[in-house]
Design a binder for this molecule. Sequence first.
Ligand code: MN
Ligand code: MG
Length: 659
Amino acid sequence: MSQSFDARLTRRQFLASTTAGAALIALHPYSAHAAANQAHLRIMETTDIHVHVHPYDYYADKPRDTVGLSRTASIIEGIRAEATNTMLLDNGDFLQGNPMGDYIAYERGMKEGDMHPVVTAMNTLGFDAATIGNHEFNYGLDFLMKSMAGADFPVVLANIAKSQGATAREDETLFKPYVILDRMLTDGAGETHPIKVGVIGFTPPQVMNWDRKHLDGNVTARDIVETAKSYVPEMLEQGAEIIVALSHSGIGSADHTDGMENASVPLAGVEGIDAVMTGHSHLVFPSPTYADFAAVDADKGTIHGKPAVMGGFWGSHMGLIDLLLERDGNTWRVVNTMSEARPISKRNEDRSITALVDDYQPVIDATQKEHEGTLAYVRRAVGQTSAPLHSYFALVADDPSVQIVSIAQKWYIEQMMQGTEYEGLPILSAAAPFKAGGRGGPEYYTDVATGAVAIKNVADLYLYPNTVRAVKVTGAQVKDWLERSAGMFNQVDPGATDAPLLNPSFPSYNFDVIDGVTYQIDLSQPSKFGPKGALENPDANRIVNLMFNGEPVTADMEFVIATNNYRASGGGDFPGAKGDTVIFEAPDTNRDVIVRYIVEQGTINPSADANWSFKPMEGTTVLFETGPKARDYADDVKGVTIEDAGEGADGFALFRIQL
Ligand code: MN
Ligand code: MG
């Protein structure tokens, strides 16, 4: 236990705590070991459920053992069965984040009196309270308030206000800022005593930017720590004996800065708060992830000496804080704590997954109708495409499956840059083909025909649950980013016949196409960068005729590039994308952005704009392999001359390009 926590105890209490503490850690769970004047309270957390009620991946349209509140619920029910005193709290981000959320928001709707299935599931489990995450605002305030109207539990959120007063305490908040719950505790002698548990909630103030179109003019956000310092004394005045903070905010810097997104460390330092439920980062605490964080004990699970927990995401874990409370006159005092995150599944050495718990059936039964509605929703059209979406030629020409990702990312980042210091900078978009044959085999391509687009198809367009990022780069970095991508190709001698085009050791997901500029790739040059990103040929220039708006891109120009968290944080080791150029970290996945784009547009036109091509090389031909179904589309490919060259190896088809 750290100084700041112990400082609140008398010497006698401190000694009691250390003696009790040793016993507790040896003999867990410790309800049975609470003394006559002590009680053990187990506070359970779910966080970042993102509408994962059933253990199902609706994008892939198959069951998945790593997700689902129905699984976390089995751990919750297990704790309830063995513990004397329990509480269950949710830490936000439950209304949005999978196709069930989109199905309710975009199709079934929330009419007056409708129940949201995730709220139904939470009612079934009997939550004591919940807070509101940033994603609760994604579908607008009307949808949010109608969804929460069905909750049987109090919803608390202190730092979002309909109108602001001089201090947070004087704000007219959107939800109750906090509640003080009257509960009965059974002590070690079997006697019951009342306790008042205060629960207060917080969300990142960045929602004002992320959901500007829904929130601007309707609500305002305050800094999390400032808000806590304002309300916690009031909660104590109202008789709260212990105070739990529901912090839909990550574990980050110990130094408080105004408006910080991940404020759980300075929040834990606020006097009067006894325990902190964290989330938002989709990580696990306690865990070695946080070993080097200031004021954090990543083994014991404390921040500033106070217990904290983060229960993963999508129902992957249940967070558990154990409090040993001791009667102190007429009130209760925390004398020891433990915290842990319990997983619903484990990954085996061969990467297979083993479920550790079964479904808690009442949660499944209560939401079965909406589950089936979601299955039907992902399997039918949500929009139309006026061009086929395929990736057969994604490595040799500008391609519709990459184009649609770029278009949606650019559409989204343009909205996010509004009102920021970056508004007005040209926005480019980088995307790579994920399904492009290779080791996946000759069928491993995106192939969606003209006409209906279903949600399932979006998973096919964007395989990974990445989140959107924007980076700010120079013209020189744009060029080197593309030089890095161009390592996809072998060097080709001028005049060569049927030279192999693609470097098989270069993964397609590192072949970024940048939309918004035009360029050619000169295959006669060696690659400037090696397959892992090392600078190998500093003087090589494969990228030629790089233009923006018809003007040459110069080294000192400035651009914003829309990309994903993998690339922006250094994945693939791309120039201009090593983590230090990030100007915007979106809360949304690239997949969600594509779905939103399709739903809002109705009909999309993802025809490639042929913004890149190979530099012509007279009398030179190259060969490449792709899926045999590519033959249906070969005549439509722009910017390159392609002819059928027969069968390739292992079921692939062979094509020839006249450079
Ligand atoms: Mn989340
Ligand atoms: Mg393009």
